[in-house]
Design a protein around this ligand. Structure first.
Ligand code: DON
Length: 305
């Protein structure tokens, strides 16, 4: 077995003090408060060996990484009918883009752009009695971690200025693809984005996408093998918005970013790895995070290709 701890530490030291050309997201005011030089990594294998470096145990705002969790629960509850409301094609557009929706008549290109995740939240509201609580309970169960929580501060900060998401939700509703009240859908969406987790917690919660035999401590399986394959496929093709091709090209793993600076990547049957570095490149993805993962899969020769 590779000496993952040493490899992670070596790459961390190589990158720690590089000239980071990224910028911390501040369009959600509360996110702008984070210190720009945070840098943490955790890798967890499917047999639960865990390797950490830097700020790996500090919680941060997972933002769009939560789109994998909302999709997972909606896919579990709705089954294949979900794809009547959402497509599975790369958008080639920024995460918060409105333009494609007009041509696509309110059917979002995929569940990992904001439009798609907002439709997923609408689907969940149709299934859950108490969406915020039930979704949080689901996250706690699949990670076996009762400490997971939302950040009210981040959710309220985004709600106060989430003008583009308000526009997206109303626009989709005008095509009939939002069934519930717009304010309720947006409130739920903002809370899902505000989940706080550390790199280690993120690697652990996504092990179900790496391990076909995954069951929770309560003895429940989460999704079928076919559903896990499909979520990984959408991650590979759509997880980084208009930079999805670049991530697949440089890193070669299914993955997902968030504007809090986190990136998770999955090597099916092997491991989940998470990097956190808050400065984002022009496309809204962690600059150092992408660089780290490119070096990691190159050094360990462990991409899926
Ligand atoms: O909706 C938003 O703008 C944020 N809550 C999430 C955006 C995000 O993380 C996109 N990621 N790269």
């Amino acid at each position: 077995m590779e000496n993952y701890q040493k490899i992670i530490e070596d790459i961390y030291l190589d990158l720690k003090n590089i000239d980071d050309v990224g910028k911390v997201a501040d369009y959600i005011p509360e996110l702008g408060e984070v210190s720009a030089d945070k840098f943490g990594i955790n890798m967890t294998t499917i047999d639960n060996k865990s390797f950490d470096v830097g700020n790996a145990n500090e919680k941060f705002s997972i933002q769009s990484i939560s789109k994998i969790l909302t999709l997972t629960l909606a896919y579990k509850l709705e089954g294949e009918k979900l794809w009547e409301r959402l497509d599975v094609e790369p958008s080639g557009n920024p995460f918060n883009s409105l333009s494609q929706l007009e041509k696509d008549k309110g059917k979002p290109r995929n569940p990992f752009i904001n439009a798609g995740a907002i439709v997923v939240c609408d689907v969940l509201i149709g299934h859950l009695k108490n969406p915020k609580k039930d979704f949080l309970d689901f996250c706690r169960e699949i990670s076996n971690n009762s400490c997971l929580n939302y950040s009210e501060k981040v959710a309220e900060s985004e709600k106060a200025c989430g003008y583009r998401n308000v526009a997206l939700c109303n626009f989709i509703k005008s095509f009939g693809n939002i069934k519930n009240d717009v304010d309720e859908v947006l409130d739920f969406y903002f809370y899902t984005c505000s989940l706080q987790m550390s790199c280690k917690e993120l690697s652990q919660i996504f092990l179900f996408l790496a391990n076909d035999d995954f069951i929770t401590n309560k003895g429940n399986s989460i999704i079928t093998m076919s559903q896990a394959k499909r979520i990984n496929a959408i991650l590979l093709t759509c997880g980084f918005y208009d930079e999805s091709g670049e991530f697949a090209f440089r890193v070669g793993l299914p993955g997902k970013s968030g504007v809090g600076g986190g990136i998770i990547a999955i090597h099916p049957d092997e491991y989940c790895i998470t990097v956190w570095s808050p400065k984002l490149n022009k496309r809204g993805n962690s600059y150092k995070g992408m660089l780290f993962l490119e070096k990691f899969t190159t050094k360990t020769a462990s991409s899926i290709f």
